[in-house]
Design a protein around this ligand. Structure first.
Ligand SMILES: [Zn+2]
Length: 310
């Protein structure tokens, strides 16, 4: 009888690892936090590359307390800040890249965040964009306003969202950073360094909001761009935003399978087991800020009985 910790796979997901803590990006760990998090998992867990871990899991040969580390989107700090720490702890990771933002692009959410961070106003009236008026006289107000606006805009179509965000940024009128995402050659460098690169579409749309043709094009083109860049097959995929039934449906699972990916991850919370659809493996976020809480969260997720019957 396998113990509850056997043949279960815990997949952690990150977006950014910041050089220094940033109150506006308070869900993203800084280098110091990420360093001890990787220290904890390399000491107490068995870290494996995602594809290899999945193959071991379906053969019932996963080591106990198996963990994978993944990153979504393709932020430049993945290579500048996270990669040296991963190398230090000898941890393989998978990077899911939205290829449309490589080489100087900026994701729509970052345009909102970086505009509001820099806004001179203490009161921001965005009513002409179908939003509200917001007090932004201190950092915590700015943080709440950013969250509210991102939630408000997230489910618009890609074009409408982009258009609206660009108009808001123009209205606030600040110069914005254009080096937040990796350059193509940096993605290739991660791959050469033994890291896995996975698909994450071209423009990071909410797939469920697209026609099936558009969704297929986003998924397949994203994969092809990475294949051209790396000269290697891309076998893992992460659904943008990743909430099952809301951000993607069975239709998109089929497209991902037909596109030749061998596994895919969502942002459903929990441990993966071989009884869970290989194209919808759950993951867990990692925002604990003390080693005790972080370790406890990982162990609790392993021991969660619900995961065993999922
Ligand atoms: Zn993403």
């Amino acid at each position: 009888m396998p113990s509850p910790q056997q043949n279960k796979l815990l997949v952690l997901f990150y977006h950014q690892v910041l050089k220094e803590a940033d109150p506006i990006l308070c869900d993203e760990p800084d280098a110091e936090t990420f360093d001890w998090q990787m220290g904890v998992i390399s000491k107490y867990f068995n870290v494996l590359p995602l594809s290899e871990a999945y193959e071991l899991m379906i053969r019932g040969r996963l080591p106990r307390r198996a963990v994978c580390v993944t990153f979504d989107d393709g932020y430049a700090n993945n290579i500048d800040v996270a990669y040296p720490i991963l190398k230090k702890w000898n941890i393989p990771a998978t990077f899911f890249i939205a290829v449309g933002f490589l080489d100087g692009g900026r994701m729509w959410n970052d345009t909102v965040i970086e505009s509001i961070r820099r806004a001179d106003q203490e009161y921001l009236d965005l009513s002409k964009f179908g939003l509200s008026g917001y007090e932004i006289s201190d950092e915590s107000q700015r943080l709440n306003v950013i969250r509210e606006i991102l939630n408000e805009l997230k489910y618009l179509s890609v074009n409408e969202r982009m258009h609206k965000v660009e108009r808001i940024a123009e209205f606030i009128g600040k110069e914005l950073p254009d080096h937040m995402m990796m350059r193509s050659e940096q993605v290739a460098e991660l791959h050469k360094g033994g890291m896995e690169i996975g698909g994450h579409t071209v423009n990071h749309p909410i797939l469920a909001r697209l026609s099936s043709e558009e969704a297929e094009s986003e998924i397949v083109s994203g994969k092809n761009v990475l294949y051209e860049l790396l000269g290697d097959q891309v076998t893992s995929f992460a659904y943008p935003n990743g909430v099952p039934g809301k951000d993607y449906t069975g239709l998109h699972v089929d497209i991902v399978r037909r596109a030749g990916f061998r596994l895919a991850v969502s942002t459903a919370w929990g441990c993966a087991t071989n009884r869970i659809d290989r194209y919808q493996l759950p993951r867990i976020g990692s925002w604990d800020r003390t080693p005790e809480r972080f370790s406890l969260r990982l162990l609790r997720t392993y021991l969660d009985r619900n995961v065993l019957t999922a």
